[in-house]
Design a protein. Structure first.
Length: 94
């Protein structure tokens, strides 16, 4: 056993409006919005806004998983206050 702490990642499919990710972050883990099957910027922005909401959002560490990182999504990610993790599939970095 290691004395190193670990991080629990709770993934919430984009279709579930970030609810699981918010719950994971509030429980002390890191909530991750899984947008790996979507390129819809508006839906991704809405999910991130729910996570970042200071009253009803994550209130802790949260992240985003993407299939690909476009310049449009990069601007969205860069402007999201509180986003601590970004996961991009390897094929999405080409």
């Amino acid at each position: 056993m290691s004395d190193q702490p670990f991080t629990c990642l709770g993934f919430s499919p984009l279709d579930l409006r970030a609810d699981l990710a918010i719950a994971a972050a509030r429980a002390g883990g890191t909530g991750v919005l899984d947008a790996g099957h979507s390129t819809d910027r508006d839906r991704i922005a809405a999910g991130l806004a729910r996570l970042a909401d200071p009253d009803r959002g994550a209130k802790g560490a949260f992240g985003l998983h993407l299939a690909a990182l476009s310049s449009e999504l990069l601007d969205l990610v860069a402007g999201t206050h509180g986003l601590t993790w970004l996961s991009v599939e390897a094929r999405g970095l080409e």
